[in-house]
Write a protein that binds this ligand. Structure first.
Ligand SMILES: [Zn+2]
Ligand SMILES: [Zn+2]
Length: 203
């Protein structure tokens, strides 16, 4: 029974979920564990106090942003050379994401700290600027994270890909807005995260 889980077991499972998905939603966790959202808030508070998670509106994200390990900054997956996204930061550092799905999430979280970002055209494998790329969202091709986000250098290539594999074609702005909606989060600049209390409106 979900109710019989000890808080420590539940928190461990939350960390496991964060490791694989990069973020968790309070409502979803409450349903999964059969506990109240208040209980989940307390779990996330406890984990945040240990520096293991970062609370955002409606849930929590991993605190991997400062890790310089070789895995995806968002989900920890080993980056795939055909798909990975590199974000170059204003402070001279860089961050890696496994695919445009995580790349756009990371871009949303780092906001103006990102000076430039590059990925690869899904078909031609040419280098593409993330800001000028065209994206195919939620196509039948899901080589990495779901929902699938694939980058293309030319809009025509994205349209052609969509004809074969379905999905929607979008520019960066539309892709990020869609991703934030479909993941049930609002992108909050990292330096403002601590000002946002889950379950309450921003002051
Ligand atoms: Zn990832
Ligand atoms: Zn991925």
């Amino acid at each position: 029974m979900a109710e019989s889980l000890l808080a420590s077991q539940r928190r461990q499972r939350i960390l496991d979920a964060l490791r694989s998905r990069g973020m968790v939603k309070t409502g979803e966790l409450a349903r999964t564990f059969g506990v109240s959202e208040m209980t989940i808030h307390r779990d996330l508070d406890a984990l945040a106090a240990q520096g293991l998670v970062q609370k955002i509106f409606g849930g929590a994200v991993t605190t991997r942003l400062d890790e310089s390990g070789a895995g995806c900054t968002i989900c920890g997956a080993a980056p795939d050379k055909r798909l990975d996204v590199t974000l170059h930061l204003a402070n001279g550092g860089s961050r890696l994401a496994c695919c445009p799905h995580c790349g756009l999430m990371l871009l949303g979280r780092l906001g103006e700290q990102v000076q430039s970002a590059v990925t690869f055209d899904f078909v031609t494998r040419q280098t593409v600027n993330v800001r000028t790329a065209t994206y195919v969202l939620e196509s039948a091709a899901t080589p990495c994270c779901s929902p699938s986000v694939l980058a293309f250098r030319m809009r025509e290539d994205a349209e052609r890909f969509r004809l074969g594999f379905g999905g929607r074609v979008a520019d960066l702005e539309a892709a990020m807005a869609w991703l934030a909606r479909s993941m049930g989060i609002g992108f909050v600049p990292v330096d403002q995260l601590s000002e946002v209390s889950p379950g309450r409106s921003r002051r």
